[in-house]
Every structure is written in structure tokens, then in C-alpha cells.
Design a protein around this ligand. Structure first.
Ligand code: GLA
Length: 502
């Protein structure tokens, strides 16, 4: 009884409000949800008020923001706070701490993951065992160009179709399918394993693949023997986006491991790194570090930056050794998602060109969420933008229609045009857009896009486009020449893609 009164008094004295339990001190979580896997907390009360740090396996040490005692709840004993992982999309949802026997219970939600975990009072040794290391970042320096990706990279990536359900066997079968279908010869040469291949680090720090990838070197040999190249995926943070080991603290070591396996392409995805690097300088530095590490291996490795277009990445992507950089968050297999990115979130055109490309994300063609006309718009837009063409479907079981969309040599030639200029909207009107892209041979690619849900008649105004009265015009999807004055009926959500020569 006396103890309780004293406790309440202490709470009143310390916080200026009724607070029945002293929740300050050091705490260690027994078990916590895998995202963001909270491990420990240090909560203090001093003249400046209540403050604390919560540590997680994804984000290291984070301040407990707006930490305050509240009188809510039956016992009137609660601490409430939120965290900021550096992601502008993370809503600052409340996390609550309440006494739980001799321990303390955390509830609430972080991003999409409900939290529920109990912590016990920790000794200094227990706290120290959970210290989260931080590592110095390199001073700004220019990473010399690696000479790769003179045209936008083409290939296939596992994520859009398979996500984490990817393994050695599937990758081999995809490689075979690229050869068999003729898509390798059409230019799709990178076979990229996205998230989900990573296993554990050995005592020497070397990262091993998980059981689904028994021998990466053998897999690289298999892919290389078919005239293809192998890509892999990691994060500058401790965790990849799907929660696998990232390269945090092992940047140079991982680059060497991949080079030894024979890896030809790395997608480096910010993921949990956003909790550590949320300023332009630190994000740039951490990407520079991997760019330099890849170069130091001596193996030519295409370097793909994936930080969702933050901090004007195109302005410095080349400087850190990057060959492509995402301009956006993740694409979804829907017209709305694809169109939002393709028409409007495709990066700053002047940043794109031989050696370094705006990357509006991988293709969804063939995954089933769009109509043929919508997929035609998808690939036509990507070609107009000089975007990387990374198939995201199950290449083992493509319909003829999908194959025709992906394998159209005349459209691929637009994408791969050696001038490397990104196309631009020339006129937007009533849901239609006319895009133009100048090409190396002096001809111009012209896209007549219809964003409405009804067919629309469109014509290209050649004199206004600078192509004279009667350019010779080829329809790249119909595979035939068309008269320059033709009126084109562009299907709903569809496109007519032309190549005109004065
Ligand atoms: C992020 C990337 C995606 C994909 C996943 C994998 O969301 O933007 O392209 O790589 O991570 O977890």
C-alpha cells in the first residue's frame, strides 16, 4: 500500500501527472514480431522530461518520439510514443507501453505489422549484447563509370511474379525459356534474382544463399553457358524489404562474394536502410559505397539503385556508379498503377542516357492484371522512355500474345536506340497524350496514347512535330507502313506507336 502510494507520488513528481508505475529503465524484449523486430528499450526521465531509444533489427536505434505518460487505460499507467523509420509513407501510429506483471508490454502497429511483445528489465550486459553497430560512411567521391548499360538493361526479374517463391530450379527454367522463346536473342539477357535468395552469414561474415539456392556459382555457370547474365539483389540496410539479410556492415565483403559467384547485375534496394539513411547525403554515400565496392571487384557488374526516386536520385546516380535508378515506388499489375508511373513518375528526362537510366520499375506484361491493349501501352511507354525492360512474368508459360508484346523487335529498337534520349509528352489533351522521342538515325518515335476508356481517333500533326508534310511512317505494332495523313483509332487505354522519317 505504502509502496503504491509512493509509486504514484513518484509518478506525479516526475511527470507532473498521475502515473502509477515507473517504466523508466532498460528493457529487453523476449520475442517481438519480425517487423521491425524490436529488441530493447532505454527509457529515461530527467530535467528535459521523458525520453527513450528503442532498438530494432530493421532500423537499429530509433528515438521514441513524443514519448509521454498518459492516464488512459484501467490502471492509468501507459507510455505512448511513435517512431520514424525515414519512410514518408509510414504513418506515425501510436505505440503503447503498459506494465505487464514485472515486465512491460508493447502494443500498437508499425506500418502493416501489429505489435505485441513483452520486455523484461535488463542488465547492462543484456543491453550491451543488443548494441546495434553503426558504420562510417565514405566521404563524397566520384565513382568512375563501369562502362556498362550503354543502352537500357533488358532481361527478366523474379519479383513481380514470384516474389519470395523463387529458387534455383525456377531460375534455370526461366533462363532456358528465354533462350527457347527467342527473347534472349531479342535482347533480354539479364536473369535477375530479386529478394528472397539470402541465407545466413557464416562466422567469417560471408553471406550464404538460403537452401533454395544450393550453389550460386553453379547457377551463374548455367546461366552464362546459355549466353545470359545473372543478377542478384541486396540492401544497404540490415534487412532487405522482405526481411532477409542485407549488406549493412558487409558492403565490400558482399560485393566480393557476388563477383566470385559470377554475378553480373546488382539491384541495391534501400529497404531497412531508410531507417539509417534518410537524408540526401547519407543515401548518396551509402550507394556510393557499394558502387565503389563493385568497381573494386574488377568484375563488370551493372548497378541498379532502388531507393524509390528519393532525393532526386537521377541527379547523382551516375556519380555513385549507378547504371539505372528507380524513379518510383513499386509498380503493381494494374492499369492505374502502370499508367501513374509510366505517364507521370518516370524521372527527369535529362538524367537518362547511355550508361545511366531512369527506371520506372519492372514490367508486368503477361501477369494477367491488364488487358492486351494496356500491356501494349505499358511496353510502348517504357520504350518511349528508354526504360530498362525487365520482364516480370513467368517466362516459362507465355502466351503467343505476351511473347508478341515483349518480343516486338521494332519496339525494342526504340527502347534500345543508341542516342538514349528519353521521350516526352508533346501534347496532352482530353485524356490523350502524344509522345515523341528523337532517335539516332534522325527519325522520331511517336506514341499516340489514349488514357480514356473509349476508343479515340487520333492523328499525328507531322508539320507541327517538325517532320514535314509527308514523312514516311511505320506502325510498329501493326508492322506496316501507313500513310502519313492516316487517322488512327486508338483503343481504350491503348496506343498506336509510329516511327516517322522525314
Ligand atoms: C522493394 C522493391 C521491389 C522488390 C521488393 C523485394 O519493394 O521496390 O522492386 O525488390 O522490395 O522485397
Amino acid at each position: 500500500m505504502t509502496k503504491c502510494v509512493l509509486g504514484v507520488l513518484a509518478g506525479v513528481l516526475l511527470t507532473g501527472q498521475a502515473w502509477g508505475a515507473d517504466l523508466t529503465g532498460d528493457w529487453v524484449f523476449q520475442a517481438a514480431p519480425s517487423f521491425p523486430r524490436f529488441t530493447r528499450m532505454a527509457i529515461r526521465q530527467d530535467a528535459g522530461g521523458l525520453h527513450g531509444t528503442i532498438t530494432s533489427e530493421w532500423y537499429g536505434d530509433l528515438p521514441m518520439l513524443d514519448l509521454k505518460a498518459t492516464g488512459e487505460g484501467p490502471a492509468g499507467e501507459r507510455l505512448v510514443f511513435h517512431i520514424d523509420n525515414g519512410n514518408p509513407k509510414l504513418k506515425p501510429l501510436d505505440l503503447t507501453l503498459a506494465p505487464d506483471g514485472a515486465g512491460i508490454r508493447l502494443t500498437g502497429q508499425v506500418w502493416y505489422e501489429k505489435q505485441g511483445a513483452t520486455a523484461h528489465r535488463a542488465t547492462a550486459a543484456e543491453m550491451a549484447a543488443l548494441d546495434f553497430p553503426t558504420y562510417p560512411l565514405p566521404a563524397p567521391a566520384h565513382v568512375p563509370a563501369n562502362g556498362q548499360a550503354r543502352t537500357p538493361p533488358m532481361g527478366w526479374s523474379s519479383w513481380n511474379k514470384f516474389a519470395e517463391a523463387i529458387d534455383d530450379k525456377t531460375v534455370r527454367e526461366i533462363a532456358d525459356a528465354l533462350v527457347r522463346s527467342g527473347l534472349r536473342d531479342a535482347g533480354y539477357v539479364y536473369v535477375n534474382i530479386d529478394d528472397g535468395w539470402q541465407g545466413e552469414r557464416g562466422p567469417d561474415g560471408v553471406l550464404h544463399p538460403n537452401a533454395k539456392f544450393p550453389d550460386m556459382k553453379a547457377l551463374a555457370d548455367y546461366v552464362h553457358a546459355r549466353g545470359l547474365k545473372l543478377g542478384i539483389y541486396s540492401s544497404p540496410g540490415p534487412k532487405s524489404c522482405a526481411g532477409y539479410a542485407g549488406s549493412y556492415g558487409h558492403v565490400e565483403q558482399d560485393a566480393r562474394t557476388w563477383a566470385e559467384w559470377g554475378i553480373d547485375y546488382l539491384k541495391y534496394d534501400l529497404c531497412s536502410g531508410e531507417g539509417f539513411y534518410h537524408t540526401a547525403d547519407t543515401v548518396q554515400a551509402v550507394y556510393q559505397q557499394m558502387g565503389a565496392a563493385l568497381n573494386a571487384t574488377g568484375r563488370p557488374i551493372v548497378y541498379s539503385l532502388c531507393e524509390y526516386g528519393r532525393f532526386d536520385v537521377g541527379a547523382w546516380g551516375r556519380d555513385v556508379g549507378g547504371n539505372l535508378w528507380r524513379t518510383t515506388g513499386d509498380i503493381e499489375d494494374s492499369y492505374a498503377s502502370m499508367a501513374a508511373i509510366g505517364f507521370d513518375k518516370n524521372g527527369v528526362p535529362r538524367h537518362t542516357g547511355p550508361g545511366g537510366w531512369n527506371d520506372p520499375d519492372m514490367l508486368e506484361v503477361g501477369n494477367g492484371g491488364m488487358t492486351t491493349e494496356e500491356y501494349r501501352t505499358h511496353i510502348s511507354l517504357w520504350a518511349m522512355m528508354a526504360a530498362p525492360l525487365l520482364m516480370g512474368n513467368d517466362a516459362r508459360s507465355m502466351t503467343q500474345e505476351t511473347l508478341a508484346l515483349l518480343g516486338n523487335a521494332e519496339v525494342i529498337a526504340i527502347d534500345q536506340d543508341p542516342l538514349g534520349r528519353q521521350g516526352l509528352p508533346w501534347r496532352k489533351q482530353n485524356g490523350t497524350e502524344i509522345w515523341t522521342r528523337p532517335l539516332a538515325d534522325g527519325s522520331v518515335a511517336v506514341g499516340l496514347f489514349n488514357r480514356t476508356d473509349k476508343p479515340v481517333a487520333m492523328i499525328a500533326d507531322w508539320p507541327a512535330l517538325g517532320l514535314g508534310d509527308h514523312p514516311s511512317v511505320r506502325d510498329l505494332w501493326a508492322h506496316r507502313s501507313v500513310v502519313s495523313g492516316a487517322v488512327h483509332t486508338v483503343p481504350a487505354h491503348g496506343v498506336v506507336l509510329l516511327r516517322a522519317t522525314r
